[in-house]
Design a binder for this molecule. Structure first.
Ligand code: ASP
Length: 316
């Protein structure tokens, strides 16, 4: 198993074989998590601190559970109630935490690049739990595991990513990962929500949902990231749902066995029809949540092996 990284900051630096290594180990943790005894010791003796400067439900809970199941001491910092509110800079917060000798730092931040910056200032392994519109690597990895399990492979699939591409770190990380694994990627959404130059990433761009979905094996829906919008990007939510909301009729243009994905949180009736989201014959949204815990266990396990392999004076 080769995974020579100190941090997990994004999909960009990962090679395809390293992605496969994470997914293969995560597969073992899927089986483990379904068993009765959920205590392992891959992270025993290590301290994991979760620092979320932005709201999170699934990601924070699953990183916490992943750390606890692997035996780490896990601490959740409530950044809302922290000294950040008193004007402390990100770097000062990082240095303060660093002095407490954590081994794993899980960070979510509203600014793109903030997690990379923080990683340069600390001695521990840093995992990016989402930075602005930049990257959300564990989301792309859990999506990849979900696709691989549902489709039996992770290459030569036609994958449609639909909605607010411009503001989505999920779209960006998925695009990078799925491209590395040699899939055909289609981006579907209004022109206002499509970043310029996105074709250079090797994706086809569509403004018509039915056309873009034609024959797709995987349909990945995204939330409108209103918190990252500084103006009106869509006429109205009703109009948006009419053109880009996924319902059974639009889905009928995809492959007959196409799966439906969504990273959550979902806005029913805006980007997806609620009944379709709940249809277990098409939707793998709950599987994504399950894979999230396993993938985070695998990522932290691999980073911890590298931590333990380094001489401890490096960590002094
Ligand atoms: N939960 C995902 C993220 O943090 C997707 C979203 O918020 O829409 O990026």
């Amino acid at each position: 198993m080769r995974f020579d990284h100190r941090h997990l900051l994004g999909i960009e630096p990962l090679r395809p074989d390293e992605i496969t290594t994470i997914l293969d180990l995560a597969e073992q943790y899927v089986r483990f998590n379904r068993g009765r005894d959920k205590h392992a010791n891959a992270l025993a003796g290590l301290t994991q601190i979760n620092m979320f400067f932005e709201n999170s439900t699934r990601t924070q809970a699953s990183f916490e559970l992943a750390g606890k199941r692997l035996g780490a001491d896990v601490m959740n910092m409530s950044m809302q109630a922290s000294s950040v509110k008193k004007g402390e800079t990100l770097i000062d917060t990082a240095l303060t935490l660093n002095a407490m000798h954590p081994d794993l730092l899980v960070v979510r931040h509203p600014h793109s690049g903030a997690v990379d910056l923080l990683a340069q200032k600390v001695n521990c392994a840093v995992l990016n739990a989402g930075d602005g519109r930049h990257e959300h690597p564990t989301q792309a990895l859990l999506d990849a595991l979900t696709i691989r399990r549902a489709k039996g492979r992770l290459h030569r699939l036609t994958i449609a990513i639909c909605g607010d591409i411009a503001h989505s770190r999920v779209a960006r990380s998925n695009l990078l990962l799925l491209h590395k694994m040699e899939n055909r990627i289609r981006l579907i959404g209004p022109e206002t929500l499509m970043p310029t130059g996105i074709e250079d990433f090797g994706a086809e761009v569509f403004a018509d949902m039915r056309e873009g979905l034609k024959g797709a094996d995987v349909v990945m829906m995204l939330r409108l990231q209103k918190e990252r919008m500084d103006g009106g990007f869509i006429p109205s939510e009703r109009e948006y749902y009419h053109r880009f909301g996924l319902d059974a009729e639009k889905l009928s243009h995809a492959a007959p066995d196409a799966i439906v994905m969504h990273p959550g949180p979902m806005n029913r009736g805006v980007e997806i029809d609620g009944t379709l989201a709940d249809d277990i014959n098409r939707s793998v949204i709950q599987d994504q949540v399950e894979m999230g815990v396993a993938v985070r266990m695998a990522a932290m396990d691999l980073l911890a092996r590298n931590l333990r392999a380094r001489p401890s004076e490096v960590m002094a």
